[in-house]
Design a protein around this ligand. Structure first.
Ligand code: AFP
Length: 335
């Protein structure tokens, strides 16, 4: 008899022996993130109808205020985790300052940083969206963390991952023992293990970058992208471009099939566009755990010193050989 795929909670439970004492906590934490994903996915299914269902454009058929979907996604996170006894602080792309829950302290030791709706302009055209999360643990057991205590280096993450709202909804995460992907089976409302121990190919044939910014890039970045277009059958070039405008979807494609995603630094904006704490760090850890690399172009993302909650960082992420090539061009070691 064939076996039914493992559910998220059973999978975490079975791996309890690997991380004794933490599996119960991670199981609750990840199942809450899974719940957030189900609620956001449910809202996104109505995304194209919000204007139609909202009688004035501001009030929907249930008499509720129609808000932008990224605000709705942010509120969903806040509501689910405020009730949680595991989380004492939340920080998000949508909030200037973190939300602190001293009422959950001291039993709640975890803090979650997240981008509630990544690629939100894709809501207008029925394209993929994502949610990115990073979990850190409070440093001290005797004092409720302050806002500054959320600003931590990527190597301090204890769990990280993303939800992808595509043709199906997926939850992909790591707790430092590889990367696993679960697909939501909507008929039973369960995440089922669909991608165990994901391994990124050492090299790919796809690159994802907003090439409209080409003339804003330093020479090394331009030369690297040019090199991907040169015909060279030995290396599989030219590469194909795949860019959706949703970081989660673009990185997920590369995690599964190999290649490279770049949001590089620009001449007038060397820090790039993406945020370190709730975009680059969690995706960097996921990709590293799958055997890939994540770099600023000059250093490992997870080693970047975290100074501010909404700090930006250039991101070059994907198959190890592709990221290494990009680093060599950016650092001027290759032309
Ligand atoms: P939002 O999360 O604000 O929608 O931004 C999307 C994003 O951060 C990331 O998902 C994309 O990869 C990137 O921006 C796209 O940016 P460009 O439009 O500049 O290419």
């Amino acid at each position: 008899m064939g076996q039914f795929p493992l559910t998220l909670s059973r999978f975490i439970g079975q791996n309890q022996a690997v991380s004794p004492g933490t599996a119960g906590e991670f199981s609750s934490l990840l199942s809450q993130i899974g719940l957030v994903g189900k609620l956001i996915a449910q809202d996104l299914r109505h995304a194209g109808l919000i204007d139609i269902l909202g009688t004035t454009g501001e009030i929907n058929v249930q008499g509720e205020t129609v808000k932008k979907l990224d605000e709705i996604a942010n509120e969903t996170f806040l509501k689910v985790f405020h009730q949680s006894e595991l989380v004492c602080a939340l920080a998000s792309e949508e909030m200037e300052k973190p939300a602190l829950f001293p009422e959950n302290w001291p039993q709640a030791q975890y803090m979650v940083l997240f981008d509630p709706l990544d690629g939100s302009s894709n809501t207008d055209c029925n394209m993929p969206l994502g949610t990115i999360f990073s979990v850190v643990k409070s440093e001290r057991k005797d004092r409720m963390p302050t806002a500054d205590n959320l600003v931590r280096k990527g190597t301090e993450q204890v769990a990280a991952g993303y939800l992808l709202y595509g043709s199906s909804t997926m939850l992909v995460y790591t707790v430092g023992q590889g990367v696993h992907g679960f697909t939501l089976e909507p008929s039973i409302g369960e995440y089922l293990l669909s991608h165990e121990q994901i391994q990124i190919p050492v090299r790919g044939k796809v690159y994802g970058v907003n090439e409209g910014n080409y003339h804003k890039w330093p020479g090394g970045t331009q030369q690297y992208i040019d090199s991907l277009k040169v015909k060279d059958t030995a290396t599989g070039r030219p590469y194909s471009v795949r860019y959706s405008g949703c970081l989660v979807a673009d990185v997920h494609r590369i995690l599964i099939g190999g290649g490279i995603y770049l949001y590089p630094g620009e001449l007038d904006k060397p820090e790039g566009k993406l945020r370190l704490l709730y975009e680059a760090n969690p995706l960097a850890w996921v990709v590293e755990q799958a055997g890939g690399k994540a770099s600023t172009g000059t250093s490992r993302i997870l080693d970047v010193e975290a100074k501010q909650l909404h700090q930006r960082v250039p991101l070059i992420i994907g198959s190890p050989d592709d990221v290494q090539d990009a680093e060599e061009f950016i650092q001027g070691r290759r032309m």
